[in-house]
Ligand binder design. Sequence first.
Ligand SMILES: CC(=O)/C=C/C=C(C)/C=C/C1=C(C)CCCC1(C)C
Ligand SMILES: CC(/C=C/C=O)=C\C=C\C=O
Ligand SMILES: [Fe+2]
Length: 560
Amino acid sequence: MSPTISSSLCTVAALSGRPGRRAGQPGGSKRAVAQPLAAAAVTEAPPAVIAPPPRPVVGAPRRRGGRGVDGGADELVAWKSIRQERWEGALEVEGKLPAWLDGTYLRNGPGLWDLGDYGFRHLFDGYATLVRVSFRDGHAVGAHRQIESEAYKAARRHGKVCYREFSEVPKPDSFKSFVGQLASLLSGNSLTDNSNTGVVRLGDGRVLCLTETVKGSIVVDPDTLDTVSKFEYEDKLGGLIHSAHPIVTDTEFWTLIPDLIRPGYVVARMDAGSNERQFVGRVDCRGGPAPGWVHSFPVTENYVVVPEMPLRYCAANLLRAEPTPLYKFQWHLESGSYMHVMCKASGKIVASVEVPPFVTFHFINAYEEKDEEGRVTAIIADCCEHNADTSILDNLRLHNLRAFTGEDVLTDARVGRFRIPLDGSPFGELEAALDPEEHGRGMDMCSINPAHLGKEYRYAYACGARRPCNFPNTLTKIDLVEKTAKNWYEEGAVPSEPYFVARPGALEEDDGVAISMVSAKDGSGYALVLDAKTFKEIARAKFPYGLPYGLHCCWVPRDK
Ligand SMILES: CC(=O)/C=C/C=C(C)/C=C/C1=C(C)CCCC1(C)C
Ligand SMILES: CC(/C=C/C=O)=C\C=C\C=O
Ligand SMILES: [Fe+2]
């Protein structure tokens, strides 16, 4: 990828209301942005001056992941592809945005699931759509843009899937190309770089979009949403895949690299400002033929927690042309489930315990439990736990998401709290941290106050459920001390991860706002700003079009 992919976006810079630039303060009249890209095979050909994308309409049936019948949840904008490559403009604000909310909220996610008449089948396959809302002086400017990964550009060019995505693989035209594909799988060349999972702001200010493939680490400009360059690791650690969620602070970056050849995980850290990961230590798997899937992992102040769940990577499934019920994974209940704890300073394993089976994508946080003398006795690690049921993966097939019939089909989830003793005991505990009924037995897509990362904490913000539903449809604030939840709900709306932003100077853990992008029932979309303390709506900034569902977020304060 060339260092600057889109060079012709000066129009955007001149017109935008992004932080740190005097020109284009948010709050003016709606701005249209010139479209610099050639007509796309994937999205509709945009006009020279961009009007917001129209509200979606039901189109021709899809060959795969089809939209099914008209009406009902089938129409939900959350599961429809974004219809334009990019847009930017001032947003209409309802309510009053806090004056201190000064910076840019970014959200990444798989917003484009259609290639001509071909539709992806799984939520995680979609090409990455980055959404931005910049807040200043009570005004908001919104934007979205497709990330120009090699996978996305090749799909546009050829009108078909060209790289191995989460569930789909390119269809070989001949046996010869099938053999070629196997070779390129082993080298990693055919793996996707579609960085559709998360977006993080590194300590040095660079903004990185990520997925589970290492090559899908892409630097973006948080102002223009330009795809700037690939993020290349300048070290010898290798690895084709990693945990999609690193742990990022102002000074460092921690990552987990699963080793599929010699089943285990490498823990690595990188200083802010560097591209060089340093080896910290290695954990050997205790069960199964391959490492457990590690989408995320938690850290405490002094330790890295390495989860080993029975949902394990599966080499045979990686090679298959058609998705299996568990995609690239396999469920090995017999292999056992483990939690390992590594000392950050020495790389030594200080605990490795067997725990009850679990399924999680997302760890919420972890901290050290201490006795009266201040000695660390155990590690507490919390996650969004799907009751050891892998069917959540299947729930996330687009057909299921689009086909809500009113039946309650969302599988149960809870805040799973691990207690990992450090006294050499062989077993750890896993229990619900609060009654899951408090959040409707739905639980995923969490954030916390980043000042409490790795430390004792009280509040988590996540998506919960108001049943019946087929997908988390509420925002929930969990109080882990009182063991209660406050819930936000709007009929038919699909809200994404509520991302906590602290008020500058705040002393209390929940002094700030939770921002979520909502795909509404009427086809519209808006950024919802909730008071994190009361969990009541303060304001919403409305996009003039509907937004597809998205995954993870970050916050770029103006002065950084
Ligand atoms: C969107 C999200 O949360 C997860 C995306 C996961 C992806 C793109 C996983 C990709 C993979 C391959 C393309 C082959 C190797 C295995 C695996 C990491 C699952
Ligand atoms: C959207 C999701 C789970 C929702 C179920 O309750 C998981 C997303 C995982 C990837 O980031
Ligand atoms: Fe995630």
